[in-house]
Design a binder for this molecule. Sequence first.
Ligand SMILES: [Ca+2]
Length: 454
Amino acid sequence: MGPSVIVVLISLLFLTDLTVADEEPFNSTVPEEVIECSPSCFKVIKPVLDHFMQFKTSADKSQNLNEQLMDVINENKIKEENLYALIKSNDEQKNTINTLTKNNDALMKAQSSNEELIRIFKSEISQKNNEIENKETIINSLKNQINQKSEELKKAREEKDDFSKKLLSCSDNIIKNMNSLMEKEKEIQEHKEEIKRKDDLLNKKDNEILEKTDQARSKDALNEALTSQINVISQNLTETNEKFSTCDEINSCLPSGKGLFHIKLPGVSAFEAPCNGSGWMVIQRRMDGSVKFDRNWTEYRDGFGNLTGEFFLGLEKLHLITQSRQHELLIRLGKVDGSTAFEKYDDFKIGSGRDSYPLESVGRPTGDAGDSLNNNLNMKFSTFDWDNDLEEGNCAEDGGGWWFKSCGTSFLNGHFHKDGKSENEDGINWGSWHNYDWSVSLTSVEITIRPKLF
Ligand SMILES: [Ca+2]
């Protein structure tokens, strides 16, 4: 490029110096000096001019080339800019690819993690399936239990219905008893009013006594005479008692001490009976199980056992004693734990042998053992060989005799159980004292009677 530029510059200088001369040959009017140029002069200049024309042509070409070159350069510049854009785009794509690669790695990692989770889930599902199977087994077992409980519930309901029926029956009885109680209370009230009337009468009598005391004082002589008569009567009574003591024959235990005495009643031979020292005659005693009470009719009629231990006095004697006058009945009871109770009745009476010695009367009950005898009222006596009870079978079939109903609420001639328990419910019992628990068997009994004094 350097030499070409220099040639161009020199050519320009020539062109400047030769402007007039050069232009003149081409003018239509040639100056005189040029016209005066000889052919030899022309021959010298012409090559220069040719060369110059060639140079100018070359310069024009060079300029064209430069323009083309500039176009190329511009085009290249545009291409370069496009290339830069492509490179920039390429870098962005690389970044995108890197990002995608990272995302892909993350996805791969996540997939791996998911596979692990899937494996764990499968394991857990398998475990849950096993648990479900176990639960189903348990559910089946529970269903069976529910069915069983339902059956039990059904039975319990049936029992409850039966119990309700019994309860209704008991309620009726309670209502009847309450009515009876109200009647009794009414009687008591009447008795109280009568007592009050008698108290008033007594006060009146006391006043009369006071009035008569003065009269009595004036009758000392008469009193002395009466005292003498009383002394005589007392002497006679003492002699009579001594006679009784001597003969050991009495008609009740009232005047006697404690021990065995001969009891003499009208029309029959004297018999022995124990008195307890308080006026009561013992007619039956249970204390140690030494005497069996599984006895036949004849033995209960005549009596059996040991009068100083366990015994039964005999139905015929009880009939004779209680028919002669009104008697009280006192029953003392004891359990194996040492606890005791009593029940007293104020009108005990046994019927005749012709009627099978029925329990004709017991009277009004008092005591802490409760009444378990009125239920047997008017029942005949029964033994295993003489069934008089209202039960279809015989209540005395496996034990001692009693005034059984069907079979009643008391049985003091039952089997003796030393441990106080009777699994067969055949023991000695007095229902009202042990809540009608027939597995209880009493371990001591003493039945006593005495004439009613007032
Ligand atoms: Ca019967």
